[in-house]
Ligand binder design. Sequence first.
Ligand code: C2E
Ligand code: MG
Ligand code: MG
Ligand code: MG
Length: 291
Amino acid sequence: HEAHKIPSRIRFYESSMSSEMTERLVLENDLHDALDNEELYLEYQPQINLQSGEIKSVEALIRWQHPKKGWISPGVFIPIAEESGLIIPIGQWVLETACRQVKQWEAAGLPPMKVAVNLSLGQLFQQNLVEMIQQVLDKTQLDAQFLQLEITESMTINSNHMTTILLQLKGLGVTIAVDDFGTGYSSLSYLKDFPIDCLKIDRSFVQKIHAESTDKALVDMILSMAKHLQLKVVAEGIEEIDQLSYLVNSKCDAVQGFLFSKPIQPEILQESYKSLHNHVKSILDSISVLE
Ligand code: C2E
Ligand code: MG
Ligand code: MG
Ligand code: MG
């Protein structure tokens, strides 16, 4: 009965918050069974090497087809997986599935491709992460050079722990990329201290390359910094030809985005590899004609 004294506006916020929390609990509960029920799957988005015009790598992106709610974005369920600890079994499943897929493509006659797998902060604090990845590589017989691990800038904050873990991971022979680079507000000094191989320019910068000169300046700065530090650069979220031609001229190493391909199911990538490759070539050719 105390509730009657609370002004209605506050009560409104309270009740909307609790329904959000209920929804979250329902999702968390359902996510527990999602792995066993085979509701999770991976899609792969090609990364195009701008020097050769070839698809040299793909990024694995997790999907959840919920039996009742339909498709749920990883932007929604990954944070739930992180907070509930479910990211540990899910993350292991992603790694194993992605590594096995690369071997399967190879067996089907596709050119060798590297797979990039996103890691969550919780995984970097997982006791047996390095052993787990070594076991996955052994089990799937994937050569470590074909696995890239993506971390985000915000994970670099606890730098002593991170340096230790990243060095151990590098010891396995895998490569490390910093995802969503430029959005993390962290100190740049980690770039020279951490054993990383690649920066992924966040799509928010790529998409404003032509609209706002400050974003263009940022992209230029990232590219020149990466060159000095001998890091590769992948630009993500390329949707337009102008964005691509800017990045080609700026000597960016690789790009990923809807202009070339959305994330697709592995069977589709396998079946349409040749036509995808031709599609990529024709887009790149149209740029060199423009120049
Ligand atoms: P991310 O790793 O930065 O992945 C790139 C996201 O950008 C993907 O969204 C992809 O579909 C989207 N994208 C790619 N090209 C374009 C484009 O040209 N235009 C636009 N508008 N979007 C584009 P998605 O698949 O929804 O994934 C969102 C985020 O969820 C990922 O961001 C990553 O942080 C997380 N995530 C996805 N899969 C996993 C996973 O297996 N493990 C973990 N820990 N996180 C994951
Ligand atoms: Mg990523
Ligand atoms: Mg990203
Ligand atoms: Mg992102």
